[in-house]
Design a binder for this molecule. Structure first.
Ligand SMILES: CC(C)(COP(=O)(O)OP(=O)(O)OC[C@H]1O[C@@H](n2cnc3c(N)ncnc32)[C@H](O)[C@@H]1OP(=O)(O)O)[C@@H](O)C(=O)NCCC(=O)NCCS
Length: 191
């Protein structure tokens, strides 16, 4: 089956969101530090409920175009973040995004989950290109994009007004053949 969930890595399970995830999601979605570089939030509880409702609706698309997944620690069962792909209408390209609870930062979780989502996108969904953008001030996110083998393609200067400030964003992408080359390169770790 080409799009079977859940996805698993050494430490994480990536699965669809559930109703009972609302408290865990709200912990990070209501944290001003977590959403500092995001185009949404900090959420009210109602906004977090709406976020989950959108996730439930998005998974029913046929073919499915949005894969917004809960990131769950396999050792504790705790939902620590979200990671996802949003495919374009031709199902050949997708945008990668992610967001984690502050408690989970700095332990390699975002990198581990994003690599699995790239694998899923290229090897199971057959995508040609996966791209991402990050606020130029968001050093941790830029580092994650570098670590997972995406290439920086440019910098959009002051292209969006966010919380009263004009934001610069780095654009990143990886192509399917680059993913395959990286997988096959001797000495590379991808899990
Ligand atoms: C960005 C985010 C996903 C990173 O998650 P994470 O689990 O801490 O990421 P990882 O541990 O896999 O890797 C983080 C890397 O960034 C580095 N880093 C952390 N803060 C940094 C900073 N201010 N500048 C540069 N690098 C930084 C870490 O040292 C690590 O690199 P290393 O492995 O070479 O040491 C997380 O901080 C987050 O959820 N932030 C809020 C939401 C967000 O900004 N999402 C991205 C929107 S584009």
């Amino acid at each position: 089956m080409r799009d079977r969930l859940p996805l698993q890595t050494e430490r994480l399970e990536l699965r669809d969101f559930r109703e009972e995830d609302v408290d865990a999601v709200h912990e990070w979605a209501s944290d001003p530090e977590v959403v500092r570089f995001m185009g949404w939030g900090p959420n009210t509880r109602e906004q977090t409920r709406e976020f989950l409702q959108r996730k439930f609706a998005e998974r029913t698309g046929e073919p499915r175009r949005t894969w917004g997944l809960a990131v769950v620690r396999r050792d504790t069962g705790r939902v620590i973040g979200s990671v996802g792909l949003r495919l374009n209408e031709h199902l050949q390209q997708a945008a990668l995004g992610y967001c984690y609870h502050q408690d989970a930062w700095g332990q390699g979780f975002a990198t581990e989950a994003a690599l699995e989502v790239l694998r899923f996108g290229f090897e199971q969904l057959g995508l040609h290109r996966i791209h991402a953008s990050a606020d130029a001030r968001n050093g941790a996110s830029v580092r994650v994009l570098d670590k997972i083998g995406m290439r920086q393609e440019g910098r959009l200067r002051e292209h969006v007004l966010m919380r009263g400030e004009w934001r610069d964003s780095y654009l990143y992408a990886i192509l399917q053949h680059e993913w395959t080359e990286r997988r096959e390169a001797p000495g590379e770790r991808h899990d």
